[in-house]
Design a protein around this ligand. Structure first.
Ligand code: TYM
Length: 334
């Protein structure tokens, strides 16, 4: 079977893009019967400074979101990245496999470091190498992510291949497949259909947070940017209409429908008719997740039990792999 692995950074509130592009897909894959390793990327989070108390809270919050969305600790291994030291060990070895030229091409570093490259942490630069270690440590073969992670997955494949070649161990690390599928691989801002929905957008109206209540969700959809035209009958008709395209994609992902099916229902209608239906759907599909999340956050003991058990299982899977890597590299075994 495929071994699925993915993670979400513990760096602030989750939004609808994380939910539709990643979280909801993890649950689908778990329920399809593939073994899933799903972690909270707290080591990635500290590539930009995090308040320590908040980091702990955000780690529990992501774990709560995993459980609330339907990840089941008896089927999936749910753990904090930092609780498995082998991530850091393998990341160091991969720092010596990856080439500067490869990392220089990473667009996310360019975006995140902005004009102040020299003041960015070294961790932010080498972030995708740690991501490769996360994936290859479990010899994962399927990695469900949003479109923004595509380049990091390509780097992971390059690192796997170079490691295998450098040490003459063909097929030691598999080539993991990026699983970037479905209608919501790139959810856009509700205020600007050409910008990605993201945690760092200063406008809270640009995104739906997993912590928003029903009224807030409905209000944000009502205020979402749209255009004056009616919805088209075909997906092609959405071209050049980024806001319409985004709202239709969100509807499709929430309803588990294709965009074609959404347009078959709403084609010819204006946003005055479509938006209330979208708001209703968003509220009814998110409310159970957000309310369960709130309940879990108020009971951290339950979350901590899940994370502790997951960490133990993850260490059991990871340890033999990192042990073998150290042997391959020639580290003293004793
Ligand atoms: P992060 O925490 O930024 O985002 C978590 C997941 O959400 C997806 N995503 C989106 N999908 C659709 N539309 C959007 N607007 C949107 N915004 C975010 C992301 O693509 C991601 O799948 N580097 C990763 C975390 C990570 C990881 C890994 C992922 C660390 N190690 C190993 C997979 C495997 C990240 O920062 O995701």
């Amino acid at each position: 079977p495929r071994r699925i692995l993915s993670g979400i950074q513990a760096s602030g509130a989750l939004h609808l893009g994380n939910y539709l592009g990643a979280l909801k897909r993890f649950v689908e894959m778990q329920n399809a019967g593939d073994p899933c390793y799903v972690f909270v990327a707290d080591m990635h989070a500290i590539t930009v400074w995090q308040d320590p108390a908040k980091l702990t809270a955000q780690t529990r919050e992501i774990a709560a979101a995993y459980l609330a969305a339907g990840l089941d600790p008896s089927k999936s291994v749910i753990f904090p990245q930092s609780a498995v030291p082998a991530h850091a060990e393998l990341a160091w070895i991969f720092n010596c496999t990856a080439r500067l030229g490869w990392l220089d091409r990473m667009t996310q570093f360019k975006e995140k470091s902005g004009k102040h490259k020299e003041r960015s942490s070294v961790g932010l630069y080498t972030y995708p190498v740690l991501q490769a270690a996360d994936i290859l440590l479990y010899k994962a073969t399927g990695v469900p992510v949003g479109e923004d992670q595509k380049q990091h997955l390509e780097l992971t494949r390059d690192i796997a291949q170079k490691f295998n070649n450098d040490f003459g161990v063909p097929n030691f690390f598999p080539q993991p497949e990026p699983m970037i599928q479905g209608p919501a691989t790139r959810v856009m801002s509700l205020r600007d259909g050409t910008a990605k929905m993201s945690k760092s957008d200063p406008s809270d109206l640009s995104r739906i947070n997993l912590t928003d209540d029903a009224e807030t969700i409905a209000n944000k959809i009502k205020k979402a940017k749209s255009d004056m035209d009616v919805l088209p009958d075909t997906v092609e008709g959405l071209e050049g209409r980024p806001e319409a395209k985004n709202l239709v994609a969100i509807y499709a992902a929430l309803a588990d429908m294709s965009r074609e099916a959404v347009l078959a229902e709403f084609g010819g209608q204006g946003f005055g008719g479509f938006k209330p239906k979208l708001a209703e759907l968003a509220v009814s599909s998110m409310a159970p997740v957000t309310s369960e999340m709130r309940r879990l956050i108020n009971d951290p003991a339950e979350i901590d039990r899940v994370l502790a058990k997951g960490a133990e299982q993850a260490r059991e899977t990871a340890q033999p792999v990192v042990d073998e890597v150290k042997k391959i590299v020639g580290f003293w075994q004793g």
